[in-house]
Design a protein around this ligand. Structure first.
Ligand code: NAD
Ligand code: ZN
Length: 375
């Protein structure tokens, strides 16, 4: 559940020594409706030899759709369809790496992830593990990856998480949900084609889009805010408002949300998320509630902490007629609450960012339980 919290830890440690973290960024990006058709040209010079395939990990929503014929397969390249029903797991990464290793004599030329945050994270992890021994679970944490990943390309098909720009890949392991945070995680190339998001269902569009909006609110109101994060966060917020409150065309909306996701991801790189994320990781850990929906379920009850953000969120929900599920925590036992509260309060940097150094005086386990009970 630590996706974004790790970064802050590193920044804090570094700041104590008055040195600052040196973040990798995506070095190459192509943007524009229809630009997916350029993928073949982009990959061509990166092909190592005729025996070293490109492996395309693709959200299984696209299986048997016309889109598949546009994937630029050559020679022994392979498409592997993967369900985004569940968030990525370390053993799933290990199985994919083993499968690829057994099938090909040569190390692949690269891995291309096509889908939402789930597929983008999976492709990052597979690219790392193809060139690093052992299991994905050995690398969950901070800067544990010592050999570069193989070339990897991210192609988002739904916008909001910022996974396309971040230096982490969030994985569920045997005993923890934690990112592989490393300089080798970040994509070598990202392809932003807003047309790929045309088929996203409305509810999912809203939930994943709100992940971006909530990143902005939490970053911009946080105590860790700095000019770097603010500059990206303000732009992302402006774009989210246009997308979710103004009446703009569908094509404008897809383009702007794609860029909002990018800027929102950049904003939290150098700051931190806050209470909605801290609570939503608890929900995800105990109940398997997915990231975007979990954030929405929590955020609407956080008016006392984010009055302006929650007011805008309510307007957005109303404008798009979104009905969130109710009573998620109605039947939970005290043990269940204790587990969620433990997970949530363990994310100290998120709470500290939201409420300052004395956050423990403000958020007690009892108060947090009352907050969960509203959901
Ligand atoms: P997702 O990838 O889980 O996909 C959500 C649903 O949308 C799936 O059913 C998928 O099949 C469908 N979908 C995707 N593209 C579609 C399209 N073009 N048309 C129709 N359906 C489409 O959703 P998400 O919200 O993007 O990602 C959530 C994941 O991202 C979580 O696992 C979370 O941990 C991770 N995440 C990662 C980071 C990071 O920095 N690495 C940040 C935030 C979240
Ligand atoms: Zn998020």
């Amino acid at each position: 559940m630590n996706i974004e919290s790790n970064l802050k830890k590193q920044i804090i440690t570094s700041l104590d020594k008055t040195t600052y973290r040196n973040f990798p960024m995506v070095p190459k990006v192509v943007f524009g409706p229809g630009c997916f058709s350029q993928l073949g040209d982009i990959l061509l010079p990166m092909r190592k030899n005729s025996e070293a395939p490109f492996i395309f990990l693709v959200d299984d929503f696209f299986e048997n759709r016309e889109f598949v014929s546009r994937i630029p397969l050559m020679l022994n390249d392979e498409i592997i369809f993967i369900s985004a029903e569940e968030e990525p797991k370390t053993e799933q990464v290990d199985a994919l790496v083993a499968q690829i290793g057994e099938k090909y004599d040569e190390m692949p030329s690269g891995v291309i992830g096509i889908g939402g945050g789930t597929l983008l994270d999976l492709a990052k992890a597979v690219a790392i593990l193809l060139n690093n021994k052992g299991s994905a679970k050995d690398y969950q944490g901070w800067d544990l990856v010592h050999r570069p990943s193989i070339y990897h390309v991210g192609v988002p098909t739904i916008s909001g998480t910022g996974a396309e720009v971040s230096r982490t890949t969030v994985l569920l392991g045997p005993d923890k949900k934690l990112g592989i945070n490393s300089d080798y995680t970040t994509y070598d190339q990202v392809l932003l084609d807003p047309d790929l998001a045309k088929t996203v269902p409305k509810e999912q569009w809203f939930y994943t889009g709100m992940d971006c909006f909530i990143h902005c609110v939490e970053s911009l109101t946080g105590t860790y805010l700095n000019a770097f994060s603010q500059s990206y966060g303000e732009k992302a917020m402006e774009l989210c408002k246009e997308v979710f409150l103004d009446d703009i065309s569908d094509s404008d909306s897809r383009e702007k949300l794609m860029m909002a996701s990018w800027h929102g991801g950049m904003s939290i790189a150098y700051s931190q998320v806050g209470i909605a994320h801290a609570m939503s990781y608890g929900l995800s850990y105990l109940l398997g509630v997915k990231h975007g929906l979990g954030n929405c379920l929590v955020f609407r009850h956080l008016g006392e902490f984010y009055p302006e953000g929650v007011a805008i969120f309510d307007q957005m929900m109303q404008k798009h007629g979104i009905q969130l599920p109710q009573g998620i925590c109605a039947d939970l036992s005290q043990d269940d609450f204790d587990m969620m509260i433990n997970v949530s309060l363990g994310l100290e940097p998120l709470w500290e960012n939201a409420l300052g150094k004395n956050w423990k005086e403000i958020i007690t386990p009892a108060r947090l339980q009352t907050m969960y009970q509203k959901i």
